[in-house]
Design a protein around this ligand. Sequence first.
Ligand SMILES: [Cu+2]
Length: 263
Amino acid sequence: MEWETTFQAPATDMMRQIEWFGNYTMWFIVPITILVLLLLAYCIVRFRASANPVPSKTSHNTLIEVIWTVGPVVILLCLAIPSFQLLTAQYTPPEEAKLTVKATGNQWNWDYEYQTDNTLAFNSAILQDGDRAKAGKEDRKVYPRLLAVDNELVVPVNTMTRVLVTATDVIHSFAMPSFGIKIDAIPGRTNETWFKAEKEGLYYGQCSQLCGKDHAFMPIAIRVVSDAQFKTWLAAAKTDLPGANKTLMAEVDGQNKVAAAGN
Ligand SMILES: [Cu+2]
């Protein structure tokens, strides 16, 4: 959507919590900024040289010193407690993962591997404008330039999904804003994160660690579908990935058209 100024709409409970914390923090930031601005303005006007030619020589005031020490401590505690709770929640999956996928960052695309019986692995790279027609991805609202990819990572809705993240060459970062996840992809090391997407749809993220010339051109696209659609896609994708993707796209687009018609 155009002119968006805040976070993308959350698709996981984790992102909802992050959004809440962001808004909560604003209730501290805005009043403090206004207070400091008003104090500054007052001092500039009230104590300017022409209005106040002989400055006060006061250097200590116990009451004010106690207030400006205790006040910030209380404010920091109010921020720290929910912040640490949120951080803990991000590292504590509420349940065992039902699906594990591995995302490997390369200069400048992603490899995805499904850790299921008969592993499925494929590469996901930015969608070139010349390939749109062939891929059936001509609608730029659904498949935006610089965000759309050739092969999306497909996952089932409402399913605890573990993501193992690593890289082959330099440090990349696997980030999906509407899921509230962002984790570095480091060569020789496996990082782990998780998400549980609550809404079907197509979500976009980008590599979020400067990784060279085409850093801006290695988007991440995750397609969240129903359990049945995922099972069908997974079975078909093992032998024919482009075919499986096309079938899934036709089905999902068909659903959207039905929804748009008001059924
Ligand atoms: Cu990268």
